[in-house]
Design a protein around this ligand. Structure first.
Ligand code: ZN
Length: 275
């Protein structure tokens, strides 16, 4: 193939992909109305997350502290029920069945917590000194569950896939590697989505802010005073000086900007709490 024919083929291929994807490429975040790229199927992502999560839980070790474990599961249950009401309220009741909620407390000095796509939640015991009880746990639980119902992992995976497809089409156009390179990159992209980094990478500041906003509402709907979130993040902010190396703090910078953003969305959540 001449280079101009290669380029034409690549462009046709890229246009076909954009057309196909354009039909299903966009989704809307419940509660904020932001539109987001959606090129990866939930079932695919949820299956990968569930596999990874079950391995993680098997390795554990799970906390032997019955009281703390029960608290994590109880807060998780309340927040997930709030998330389902939130989805219903925003016309997304059909999505509820795609979540299979699970909450575990893992014994580890890591200061961390996360919710994988599909509702698989883990808290590490290392974060408990910071949460200082149920309201702090509800703040993090609300935030992490919000990442899941706002499909932030799917959006990030879709952005990665788009970048990778663009690069592949360009490499065919330039004649670098040809068609075999294209399929190779596609496979790499698919593999990347399944690897641990694909699911547990830190989120962008925009995603963090959106998860804070939705999380406040979830916590209020679950019966927790959302104002407790401000106190929690202030505590984290004070602690951040002395706890370098904390995974949670490195991916969740607790600075003035975050606290101001939370205060801005507090009235919206407080209106739900009073109801
Ligand atoms: Zn987050």
């Amino acid at each position: 193939m001449t280079s101009s024919r290669r380029l034409a083929t690549a462009l046709k291929l890229l246009m076909a992909m954009v057309l196909i994807m354009g039909l299903t490429a966009c989704a809307t975040v419940p509660g904020t109305g932001r539109s987001q790229l959606s090129l990866v199927s939930d079932s695919e992502l949820n299956t990968m997350a569930a596999t990874q999560y079950s391995q993680m839980v098997k390795q554990g070790p799970l906390s032997k502290n019955k009281k703390d474990t029960a608290m994590i599961k109880s807060v998780g249950s309340k927040i997930s029920k709030a998330a389902e009401s939130f989805l219903t309220e925003h016309g997304r009741a059909a999505e509820i069945s795609t979540y299979s909620w699970e909450f575990n407390l893992i014994e580890s000095s890591d200061v961390n917590a996360f919710c994988m796509p599909g509702g698989k939640v883990a808290f590490y015991t290392g974060i408990l000194p910071y949460t200082q009880g149920e309201e702090g746990v509800a703040t993090i639980m609300g935030h992490e569950v919000a990442h899941a119902i706002a499909h932030h992992s799917r959006e990030r995976a879709s952005q990665q896939l788009m970048t990778s497809l663009g690069a592949s089409a360009l490499s065919i156009g330039l004649g670098v590697g040809g068609a075999s390179q294209f399929t190779g990159d596609m496979a790499m992209a698919a593999y990347g989505l399944g690897s641990e980094v694909g699911i547990l990478l830190p989120f962008s500041r925009a995603h963090e802010s959106e998860a804070d906003r939705i999380g406040l509402s979830l916590m209020a709907m679950a019966g927790y005073n959302p104002a407790a979130a401000v106190a929690f993040w202030q505590r984290m902010s004070e602690a951040s000086g002395g706890s370098k190396g904390s995974d949670f703090l490195s991916t969740h910078p607790s600075d003035a900007k975050r606290i101001a953003n939370i205060e801005k969305f507090l009235p919206e959540a407080e209106a739900r709490y009073k109801k």
